[in-house]
Design a protein around this ligand. Structure first.
Ligand code: ADE
Length: 242
């Protein structure tokens, strides 16, 4: 079960570069995932390789035209076995990307990402091919490539075999809703700061309890919004257990 990421873009090097490093790079070499940047410019019928034009009705900037985007999509689609493939358009107007969506998407065999540039893409081709409009956050970037790589990174690490540790048991619990506890490595003392003594105690029950407490305190301090959700979930479960 290899997962295949196809990225339709005017800047394929932004995708191939990002796929070289670290865990994503190793997963690509292992063959757990594959990453295929596809240059939309290669599919334009324009003799000057133009892929954009002025918007009807006027306004600032240029729009990516429907033809090159659609023909790139058709070519990629032809190489995919499945009848239905999700086509994700990266846009600040989309549904907000989160861990739940990453998990859902990690079950797909193929995903197609469509990256816009300039002031956007002709609406008609979006209507024709896009299944999911997704935003990575409420800020505006210059194109969809970085958001696509953000999504690919988050999804790829959920694909079996990409991470060495089998932490999938981690999921489905309160663990999800809390921030990670602080961690320490050697030396035991650095700039006068000592590693919390409980971590050197060898008492695994105590260590677990301390980490849980730290996670809760950290979440309350840094992400009060997540802490509220966690507390509400606990209240519901406590009520059900009575
Ligand atoms: N393209 C430009 N900004 C974006 C964002 N915040 N999310 C997804 N795609 C985008």
């Amino acid at each position: 079960d290899v997962m295949n990421f196809h990225v339709l873009t005017l800047f394929p090097e932004m995708i191939s570069q990002g796929g070289q490093a670290s865990i994503l790079g190793r997963a690509l070499k292992n063959g757990c995932i594959s990453l295929h940047p596809v240059d939309i410019r290669d599919y334009t019928e324009n003799k000057h390789k133009k892929v954009d034009d002025y918007p009807y009705g006027g306004g600032a900037g240029m729009l990516m035209q429907a033809q090159p985007v659609y023909d790139t999509y058709l070519s990629v689609k032809e190489g995919i076995e499945a009848e239905k493939v999700r086509v994700i358009y990266l846009t600040p107007q989309g549904r907000r990307f989160d861990q739940k969506m990453a998990k859902e998407l990690s079950r797909e065999q193929d995903l197609i990402f469509l990256c816009g540039h300039y002031e956007g893409i002709d609406e008609r081709v979006l209507e024709e091919i896009v299944t999911d409009y997704v935003s990575v956050g409420d800020y505006v970037l210059t194109g969809g490539e970085l958001p696509a790589m953000v999504m690919i990174d988050a999804i790829a690490r959920l694909v079996p075999g990409v991470l060495n540790n089998e932490t999938s048991a981690d999921f489905e619990s309160f663990h999800n809703d809390l921030l990670e506890y602080p961690q320490y490595s050697r030396p035991e003392e650095w700039k006068g700061k000592r590693v919390p003594s409980v971590l050197l105690s060898g008492n695994h029950a105590k260590i677990e309890a301390w980490r849980q407490e730290q996670s809760i305190l950290r979440t309350k301090g840094r992400r009060p919004d997540l802490y509220e959700k966690y507390e509400e979930k606990r209240r519901v479960i406590e009520r059900l257990l009575k």
